[in-house]
Design a protein. Structure first.
Length: 314
């Protein structure tokens, strides 16, 4: 699924619904987190300032809730958040599953089959609040060393499982794999041809490890669908939502939010879809943007001005 350029007139119409920012959706890796994978004191303070000003902050991440717990605790976030690229909405403090979009079992099985044939271990993410473990990982193939290290660091539960190409997939919400750039590109092309409109897939790079990850979801899933669910739950118009991100899985929410903000470390396609660019995560870019937003009374016009100002400062 590709994302086309945003339609400025449509955004202008949405902005007429109100100028007060009510919800800010933040990506984690490459946005909230520094290059070392931590929340800097300045970023933590800026997020806290936004919350204290009465603006709801939700994270919108490709990580699961279990993998995001430390960041949630550090930032003292409350309310719902978007996890697993939009496949699930969890209550941020408790992790309680509030909504999820499962993959069709027939699609999940075919994806696992293709990954196996390409020699890359399939990693099946389940809704851990309904399934017995969070991850099922193909037992037939070796995992890249970054995978067990990541799972151990975040305390994620997993089981090596044989026969994922024929498994039930009752609670599968994503199928992914970690591979080389060339191997990932080959699988991406094959999955795109064979599953067409049945799935949404993208390739991302994990900033802290440099790993290339291919992720596949149900065709209806992306971060914006999750953010939109939260906006509806909170009674926030889409016209009062800001989104900030840096990678391919952020494209939809940057396009559809009233103000879509790309990090300075984002790739070219992400920057092209956004309303503007701010400083990088290595330079507390998010914190600077949020500080300027609050200095302008948290209005959408202030957000647009802060984006322009940040671009000029760079």
């Amino acid at each position: 699924m590709s994302v086309k350029g945003a339609n400025p007139p449509a955004k202008a119409r949405r902005a007429l619904a109100g100028e007060q920012v009510q919800l800010i959706a933040l990506d984690l890796d490459g946005t909230v987190l520094s290059p070392t994978g931590h929340v800097t004191p300045r970023t933590r303070k800026a997020i806290r300032g936004v919350i204290d000003a009465g603006i709801q902050v939700c994270i919108a991440t490709g990580r699961s809730w279990w993998e995001s717990r430390q960041v949630i605790a550090e930032a003292q976030l409350e309310g719902p958040g978007v996890f697993v690229g939009g496949a699930i909405v969890n209550d941020m403090p408790s992790g309680r599953s509030m909504a999820h979009t499962k993959m069709r079992p027939v699609d999940a099985r075919e994806i696992c089959h293709i990954m196996d044939e390409c020699g890359s271990a399939a990693m099946v993410m389940q809704d851990a609040f309904h399934a017995d473990v969070e991850w099922l990982i193909s037992a037939e193939l070796e995992m890249p060393p970054t995978v067990p290290e990541w799972l151990a660091r975040h305390g994620s539960s997993f089981r090596r499982a044989p026969g994922l190409r024929s498994a039930a997939h009752d609670w599968t919400i994503r199928v992914s794999t970690v591979a080389s750039y060339e191997q990932s590109a080959t699988m991406f092309d094959r999955l795109s041809r064979q599953l067409a409109d049945r799935v949404y897939l993208h390739q991302i790079t994990i900033p802290t490890t440099g790993a290339r990850v291919l992720e596949v979801f149900d065709a209806s899933v992306n971060k914006w669908t999750g953010v939109r669910q939260i906006a509806e739950l909170l009674g926030v118009p889409e016209a009062n939502v800001i989104a900030v991100g840096d990678d391919m899985n952020d494209l939809h929410m940057l396009e559809h939010a009233a103000v879509g903000v790309a990090m300075g470390n984002a790739n070219a396609e992400v920057k092209s879809i956004a309303d503007g660019e701010i400083d990088s995560h290595a330079n507390d870019g998010l914190a600077k943007f949020l500080e300027q937003l609050l200095a302008g009374d948290a209005l959408l016009t202030s957000a647009r001005r802060a984006v322009r100002s940040a671009c000029c400062e760079k």
